[in-house]
Design a protein around this ligand. Sequence first.
Ligand SMILES: Cc1cc2nc3c(=O)[nH]c(=O)nc-3n(C[C@H](O)[C@H](O)[C@H](O)COP(=O)(O)OP(=O)(O)OC[C@H]3O[C@@H](n4cnc5c(N)ncnc54)[C@H](O)[C@@H]3O)c2cc1C
Length: 536
Amino acid sequence: MAYDVIIIGGGHNGLTCAAYLGMAGLKVKVLERRALVGGAAVSQEFHPGFRNSVAAYTVSLLNPKVIADLRLHDHGLKIVDRRAQNFVPSPDGHYLLAADGQTERHIAKFSARDAERYGAFNRDIDVAANVLRELVLQAPPNLPAGSSIGTIRELIRVGVFGNKLRRLSTENLRMLFDLFTKSAGDYLDGWFEGGLIKALFGFDAVVGNYASPYTPGTAYVLLHHAFGEVNGKQRLWGHAIGGMGAITQAMAKAASQHGVEIETNAAVREVLVEGNRVAGVALQDGRTVKAPKVVANVNLKLLYTSMLPEGALDPDFLRRMRNWRCGSGTFRMNVALSSLPSFTALPGRSVADHHTSGIIMAPSLAYMDRAYGDARRLGWSTEPIIEMLIPSTLDDTLAPAGAHVASLFCQHVAPQLPDGKSWHDYRDQVADLMIDTVDRYAPGFKASVIARRALSPLDLEEQFGLLGGDIFHGALTLDQLFSARPMLGYANYRGPLKGLYHCGSGAHPGGGVTGAPGHNAAQAILADHRGWSFFK
Ligand SMILES: Cc1cc2nc3c(=O)[nH]c(=O)nc-3n(C[C@H](O)[C@H](O)[C@H](O)COP(=O)(O)OP(=O)(O)OC[C@H]3O[C@@H](n4cnc5c(N)ncnc54)[C@H](O)[C@@H]3O)c2cc1C
């Protein structure tokens, strides 16, 4: 079989890209190393009768155009709302609940001033999130050097982008600048005085981001978690029935329906290069598959530092990719529970709104700052940051009746432990710490744990190819965003060799289950395939 395109990796972006290319009539082959497609967005049984999302665990950023174009709902995807968005308990028995029509009342328990400012804060985040929404489904300006027609075209695109920004008021521009450059801590301190309200938003700034909330640039990561929606309701997070694997199973069906061949247990060893262009791939099992276009869904640092023949890349390009910052500081657990947790701050073991929400156990920005400092010094935080979701409160396909599954998303741990220690030797100790931490907020939680599965940063790297456990395929910092993702001059989804493309989270707009890099890469590949990009 002759293929037009080979995609390395069947993560959600690889599948999205494949589906768009298949729809356009191209012959596409997806090669996935693991036994199942979906990458970080998969569901699996982790204990007999208990099933859950394995890595990514909650949905919001998945682009509505991707959902519609791939007809994911027709392929079985159903996304449901949480009954409340977030619950932030504190160990001293107070709590904040963020839920439709109730949030201001809860904020006012701690500060009338914060409650008054909450609406204006949200309006600002909405303005900024709208700017992002306009940018996610298009390639950023590529900023190449020179004076070719291609350069002029990119300069025009810079102008179009500048013109979009010019339409914002000066105050909104200042706010946008703050969100792209400031620390989340400084930004939130400028708005609020209460610890729990700042923790509610501060969590989004450190999730998957190995940094203190007071590290400059973290305000952007907060914003990155705000451009999504659930069933048309902006900035909400929801649940995919069956877990995140339901998204990628629907994507795989969409791709297959359009003739895409998907092969699992097919690890790519090397991209084949002839002259200055790609010619296909060599697999670990010794086979080769030829195609004039090869698209990388894998982490780009992995691609460029281990999957290309020596000498194929310009040394400066390779040096930059070796320095690409990957490492999330994330520890992920699934637990099977005999009963729902009862929180000291809001007791009760029957399903209530807060049980369906993202439960954030990290009561202040200072706590988060300490967690980061600990992890830098010791390898993990003595008091970690945990978001817990209990998706079985919204989805009865995940656990036996009366029992539950919980996702624990824990920050901060060091991507690599100090003094050459291996995460494989410390995973269980840190997993115990995570369970004990939840138990401090919900006594009896530990006793309700029937089984658990933990993934350290090293497990995420070994099992999913996420270097340093980086959930975004590379830090979302200003030097690695937009026209600089993955590098100035390569932001248009095309790599440094002819026929080589980027469709994973290492390309704009970055990580999260968005489908956006896959969508955008497909546009670039189709333009080249049809000869529309002759100016490049
Ligand atoms: C623990 C965790 C929690 C997260 N939580 C959320 C969340 O709740 N919501 C959200 O929106 N996002 C979340 N994210 C982020 C999100 O899941 C990722 O950014 C996104 O799934 C990445 O998708 P991708 O398709 O770009 O890459 P990936 O999903 O990483 O896919 C890359 C694929 O390439 C394959 N591969 C690797 N090497 C090879 C090889 N040599 N040959 C062939 N195939 C190969 C991998 O197996 C994988 O399937 C989370 C991520 C993690 C890890």
